[in-house]
Design a binder for this molecule. Sequence first.
Ligand code: GLN
Length: 542
Amino acid sequence: MNERAKKYIFITGGVASSLGKGLAAASIASLLERRGISINLLKMDPYINVDPGTMSPTQHGEVFVTDDGAETDLDLGHYERFTTLELSKKNNFTTGQVYLEVIENEREGKYLGKTVQVVPHITNEIKRRIHLAADNCELLIGEIGGTVGDIESQPYIESIRQLAQDVGQENVLFIHLVLVPYLEAAGELKSKPAQHSVKELRSLGLTPQVIILRAERDIDQSIMDKISLFCNVPKHNVFKSLDQDLIYKVPLEFHNQGLDQRITELLGMWTSAPDVSSLKQVVFNAENPKDEVTIGVIGKYTDLIESYKSLDEALKHGAYYNQLKLNLKYFDADELEDLSEEDIAKRFSDISGVLVPGGFGERGTEGKIKAVQFARTQHVPYFGICLGMQLAMIEFARHCAGITQATSEEFEKSGEFIVHYMKGQSKEGSKGGSMRLGAYDCDLLKGSLAEKVYGTAKISERHRHRLEVNNDFVDQLVKNGIVISGKNTELNLVEVIELEQHPFFIGCQYHPEFKSKPDKPHPLFSHFIKASYDAKLKGKNS
Ligand code: GLN
């Protein structure tokens, strides 16, 4: 056996979707990386969209953006938060991308007149992409989206089956994460769906070596033994994954059960024990807050936290860092639209910081502008991200710079476009992958709040937008007191704005939430939370 052969773990899901496969993959990756193994992660999405960029966030959740400008599945956000990796286009692909490539190849005559089929052409393309993701690591952890038994995921199951043949079974580990439902009427957890799911997997030619049981209640040994017996998986390869109040406990729970140890044994990788101290510290801070702080998030997709996944996590990271309990209060921007200043103040009476996140379209924007106005005039900390920055600029233009018709080209056909489409961007045109995407450098103004917060004047952050602050208005806005504290000097774009004589008022054109990690919170979030807490202590807005 080749001692240094590349290793692969593939994670499939059974019985139901939304089991938290992404979290399981990220947690396993975190532990293995902490064991000193050089890892990489891959999410394979069986849907036909080329990327999730054009999918509604209410359907698909957040679109996670990588440094190289890929619009990816939100699981990549978990992967980055749980590891030290910076992911790229290579770390996520969809059936849409696979077919697009194969069809393009066919049109170019690359298949020499052969009939193009799922096996081998689609499966070969899937395997090529898996190998590409595994290029620079010792161990690739690949997650297959969807549930075993779905029509869409079959080519993926077939591809990993073949890949195990190609690279040697001993180098591949199949982990099946499966739901063990609790039946209220019977008063017990049921193992049968898990058995059927493994049977289905076997019928496709895959034998899972490790099974992780997902359940809302603790699973007793008899159920684990039963699943071990019926699924033909040794008892010590059956693990459980129970609901956790804090996602960063998942890797610690896996570690306590010896999952990472078992994985390395099964793959024949000899490593030291993982250092999980920074994760433990995060959990300790989260569980031992010295006080609490309440932040108001003004958004459109208020009912679906998934669409602001990274934002939600980044705010929590900031709170853990400050050892504070975070209360997030979501406000539907639509509902704020017709409220008077007094009514807004009443609605916001128990929040110590206002955050307007990214978003698209006109709906709700007037409500968000009211929230900005409240934060600005009441000296309540404000943090505006992307659309939240653009709206802060519009609010300032209307109320502090006398540009009463100030608006964005995204919302209106005419008016004073304080925010307008960037060169080359428009409402029309191709929808997929066509925004300003990915990492761009930004220079921060010396002595500004932004520079203080970052502790450096040169930063790089990730973007996803079509519009920008209109430079034609910048002089007038600056004269009236807005501070342009961050610029992309190369493209002459406003990237960060702030206000003097305000405890914390920052708007940024980029999405800092994508780069925050639990044990390394993004400075904008840790400082925003701190400023909000200070405002609370000063009795601001209470
Ligand atoms: N809709 C705005 C734009 O395209 C803001 C985008 C965002 O918040 N991500 O510029």
